[in-house]
Write a protein that binds this ligand. Structure first.
Ligand code: DUC
Ligand code: ZN
Length: 456
C-alpha cells in the first residue's frame, strides 16, 4: 500500500522544502513537490511541518537500579516515546558485574522484543573488564551493537580509569564509540558523607554533593585518556558550562569529542530541589540540574554546533518510588521521564523561541544521533530509501504538558503546566500511521534495528 503525504513542509537537517512524500510500504520512495500517484492513499498534511522521526539515543527502560525497577518498561516507554515523536530509542543494555555482555544483550532483547511501540537499538554497558568481556566485544558488533557506555561514578557500574582506558583502546581497534558518564565518584562520596554527618538529608543536598566542577574534572580526565588512546568519545548528558569548557579545550588541541545534552539541562535549574514537601525529589538525577547560566551556555553551544545531540536520559520513577529517599536524599532513585516531551520542548524553547532553526532541531534530534550511532541513512532523514519515520507537526496553537495527559507510566510530569507551541499531529513508523492526535494506534510495532559503525 502506498501513501502520499501531500502539501507539508519537509524539514531535514540541511534544508526545507514544500514537498509531497510518497511512501511505499516501510520506506520513503520519493520526496518532491506536486507528486501524483494514482494508486496511493492521499493524506493531507498541508500547513504542517514534517520532521524525520526523532531518535533518542539515551533511555533506560526496565532497568533495575537503586533497589527498584524503572517505572517505564519497553511497553510503556515505547508508547511514550512514540507519542512524543521518537520513532527509535537506543537503550542501554546493562549486564551486572560478573555477567557476560551476551547475557545482558539477550536480556534486553527479552525485555523489548515484541512489546515496544517504537524501533530500538541497544548500547552495551561495560561495567566490568576482564578477558571474557574483551573477547565478547567483536560479537556485539556482529549483533548490531556498535556503541558502549561506561561510568566514572556509581560503584555498581564504574570500572576505574585503567579499564576505561583499555576499553577506549579497544574502541579504537574495533571501530566502536563509547559514551561516558562523567562525574568524580570519590569526591562525591566524601561530600555525601559530610552532608549525612550534618543531618542534611533533603533533596536540596543532592546538587551540592555533585558540583559542576566534578563533572568538569571527570570530563577532563576522560578526554586525556581518550587522547592517549587516540579515539573519539561521547560525553553523555553534559549538564554544565564548566564541563563544556573542558570539551572546548580538548577540541582546541585537535581532539574529536561528541557531546550530548538533555532537555532538563537546557530548561530546568537547581532551585527546583528546594521545593517544599519533598517535591524536589522529582528532579533528582545525575548529573543534577545546574544554574540558569548553565542552561544558557548549553543553548548557545547547541546553536553553535558544539553539542551534537539532545537525548533524554529517560529513567522514570513514580512518586512512591522517589519516596524511598524521603529521609535520605541518597536513596531517591535518580532520573526523570522525558521521552514524551523532548520533541515538543525542543520545538517550543528552541525553534519557536528563536534559539535554533528547525533544521538544527532535526540535526540534533534525528540526523546526528542516526549518524553517530550507525543508523544513517536508514534513519535520521526524510529522503528516498530511508525508513518512512515521520513526525507531522502542527505549529499553530498551544497545548499544555500535564501528567494526566501523558502515557508514560509515571504519576508526575517534570514540565507540568508548561505551554507548548503547537503539537504533534501524527507519527508514522516505517510507513504506518502509529500516533494520531495523541492517540497511540500501534502499541507493539517497533523492531530491533541493528546498527553499523559510527559515521558522524
Ligand atoms: N542518571 C540518572 O539520573 N539516571 C539514570 C542514570 C544516570 O546516569
Ligand atoms: Zn543515563
Amino acid at each position: 500500500m502506498k501513501m502520499l503525504l501531500k502539501g507539508g513542509t519537509v524539514i531535514n537537517a540541511h534544508g526545507r522544502q514544500i514537498a509531497d512524500v510518497l511512501i511505499d510500504g516501510e520506506r520513503i520512495e520519493t520526496v518532491a513537490p506536486q507528486l501524483t500517484c494514482p494508486d496511493a492513499q492521499i493524506v493531507d498534511v498541508s500547513g504542517k511541518l514534517l520532521f524525520p522521526g526523532f531518535i533518542d539515543a539515551h533511555t533506560h527502560f526496565d532497568l533495575d537500579v537503586c533497589n527498584t525497577t524503572t517505572a517505564d518498561d519497553f511497553y510503556t516507554g515505547g508508547r511514550s516515546a512514540l507519542r512524543g515523536g521518537t520513532t527509535m530509542v537506543i537503550d542501554f543494555a546493562c549486564p551486572n558485574k560478573g555477567e557476560t555482555l551476551q547475557y545482558g544483550l539477550d536480556l534486553w532483547h527479552k525485555k523489548a522484543d515484541g512489546r515496544t511501540a517504537c524501533d530500538y537499538g541497544f548500547h552495551m554497558t561495560i561495567d566490568d573488564w576482564n578477558e571474557g568481556i574483551i573477547a565478547e566485544l567483536p560479537k556485539m558488533f556482529e549483533q548490531g551493537v556498535s556503541s558502549f557506555k561506561m561510568y566514572m561514578t556509581y560503584p555498581a557500574m564504574m570500572i576505574g580509569d585503567e579499564a576505561i582506558f583499555l576499553a577506549l583502546r579497544k574502541m579504537k581497534e574495533l571501530g566502536g564509540i563509547a559514551g561516558v558518564h562523567c562525574e568524580n565518584a570519590g569526591v562525591i562520596d566524601a561530600l555525601i558523607k559530610e552532608k549525612k554527618a550534618n543531618g542534611e538529608l533533603s533533596p536540596e543536598a543532592h546538587p551540592q554533593c555533585r558540583p559542576s566542577i566534578l563533572e568538569a574534572e571527570a570530563i577532563s580526565r576522560l578526554l586525556k585518556m581518550a587522547k592517549v588512546a587516540d579515539v573519539p568519545v561521547v560525553i553523555v548528558h553534559l549538564s554544565s558550562e564548566a564541563g563544556l569548557r573542558e570539551v572546548r579545550a580538548a577540541r582546541a588541541c585537535g581532539q574529536k569529542v561528541y557531546v550530548e545534552t538533555c532537555p532538563h539541562y537546557l530548561l530546568m535549574d537547581d532551585s527546583l530541589y528546594s521545593k517544599p514537601d519533598f517535591e524536589g525529589a522529582k528532579y533528582v538525577c545525575a548529573p543534577p540540574l545546574r544554574k540558569k547560566l548553565d542552561n544558557e551556555a548549553l543553548w548557545q553551544a547547541l546553536a553553535d554546533g558544539e553539542i551534537q545531540t539532545v537525548s533524554t536520559d529517560h529513567c522514570s520513577f513514580t512518586l512512591k518510588q522517589k519516596a524511598a529517599g524521603r529521609d535520605d536524599f541518597t536513596k531517591i532513585p535518580g532520573g526523570m521521564p522525558g521521552v514524551e516531551t523532548r520533541g515538543v520542548l525542543l520545538y517550543t524553547y528552541g525553534v519557536a523561541a528563536g534559539r535554533i532553526s528547525a533544521e538544527r532541531m532535526v540535526e540534533v534530534l534525528s540526523e546526528a544521533p542516526a549518524k553517530l550511532y550507525g543508523a544513517f541513512p536508514r534513519k535520521g532523514q526524510i529522503a528516498p530509501g530511508a525508513d518512512a519515520d515521520i513526525v507531522v507537526y502542527e505549529p499553530n496553537g498551544k497545548t499544555v504538558i500535564t501528567a494526566a495527559d501523558q502515557v508514560a507510566n509515571v504519576d508526575y510530569a517534570p514540565y507540568e503546566g508548561t505551554e507548548i507551541a503547537g503539537h504533534i499531529a501524527q507519527v508514522w513508523l516505517r510507513g504506518k500511521l502509529s500516533v494520531e492526535e495523541g492517540k497511540v494506534l500501534e502499541d507493539r510495532g517497533g523492531r530491533y534495528i541493528p546498527r553499523g559503525k559510527s559515521n558522524l
